[in-house]
Structures are given as structure tokens and as C-alpha cells.
Write a protein that binds this ligand. Structure first.
Ligand code: RP5
Length: 163
């Protein structure tokens, strides 16, 4: 079965990454969670990415803060789609990681979500897998309908309160 690889540059990123783990588990997607740093263990990070396709991964999610090179380093070593989560783990509140992750040179794309955007990273990974998985696509549609219902419920509540 295909799975999503979730890699973080440090265990200190886990509180942010946990939101992605939760969403993927809710959708019943198989995951493997790793701590691999582009700077502190570059050989292991490279090996993980280089073997990711044969290991059964469909999509990789990479979360890192500061001078965040993890997503780009993984993307350089695989042709699987890589989604980057810039983490707000520095005094610059994640703007450093955002720019480091999103500004990839032509040829090595990283689909970058917002700072700490772990939920969107998980949903984007699911949407990529849903291109060839009708059951996942149906679950996504149900999730969107639930979100819509929640907004309309809030709308009705506030309209009633302030009329
Ligand atoms: C990055 O440096 C990690 O992704 C983390 O966001 C940040 C700080 O790492 P630690 O010093 O907490 O391990 O590589």
C-alpha cells in the first residue's frame, strides 16, 4: 500500500507536525514518521529520499525551521512530490524557513504550504494520492462538506445573535 513519508528536521518540530499526522490518520493514510536533518545527518536524509519511491512512498512531507533545506534536499534526491512545511522555530517566526523552503531553483519543485501549515500539507498529500484513489477523493469531498456545514452553522448562530 502506498504511504506518505513525514520527515522533520528535528524532534522539536513535532508539535507542528502532529497536526499533519492527525489528518493523515483520520483519512486512513499509511504514514512513516522520521527525524532526518538536511544539515545534521545529510547522508541519511539523502538515502531516505533516494530510496523513497522503491520503499513505497507516494508523497513526502518535509517540515523544518530556520535555514530550512530539508524539503529541497529531499526533492533533489527523488522525483516523488515533496511538500514543505516551514516551521516557526526561530526568532524570525518562520519567515526564514518559508523563504528557504519556497524559493527553490527551477527544476526541483517543492510544494510549500504556509508557516506551520501542517494541516494543509496533509490535505495536499491526500489530494495528490486521491488522483488515483476514488475512495480517498470521496473522503475529501465529505471533509469539504463538513467544513462548509461548520461555517454555515457559525453564520446562522451569529446572524441570530446580532439581529
Ligand atoms: C531545524 O532547526 C529544525 O527543523 C528545527 O526547526 C530547528 C531547530 O532545531 P533544534 O535545535 O530544536 O533541534 O533544522
Amino acid at each position: 500500500m502506498s504511504k506518505v513519508g513525514i520527515v522533520m528536521g528535528s524532534k522539536s518540530d513535532l508539535p507542528i507536525v502532529e497536526k499533519a499526522i492527525t489528518v493523515l490518520q483520520e483519512y486512513g493514510v499509511s504514514i512513516e514518521v522520521r527525524v532526518l536533518s538536511a544539515h545534521r545527518c545529510p547522508d541519511q536524509a539523502r538515502e531516505f529520499a533516494a530510496t523513497a519511491r522503491e520503499s513505497g512512498f507516494s508523497v513526502l512531507i518535509a517540515a523544518a525551521g530556520m535555514a530550512a533545506h530539508l524539503a529541497g534536499a529531499l526533492a533533489a534526491n527523488t522525483t516523488l512530490p515533496v511538500i514543505g512545511i516551514p516551521c516557526s522555530s526561530s526568532n524570525l517566526d518562520g519567515t526564514d524557513a518559508l523563504l528557504s523552503t519556497v524559493m527553490m531553483p527551477p527544476g526541483i519543485p517543492v510544494a510549500t504550504v504556509g508557516i506551520n501549515g501542517a494541516k494543509n500539507a496533509a490535505l495536499l498529500a491526500i489530494q495528490i494520492m486521491a488522483v488515483t484513489d476514488a475512495a480517498l477523493a470521496e473522503k475529501l469531498a465529505q471533509g469539504r462538506a463538513k467544513d462548509t456545514a461548520a461555517v454555515l452553522e457559525a453564520d446562522a448562530e451569529l446572524r441570530a445573535r446580532y439581529q
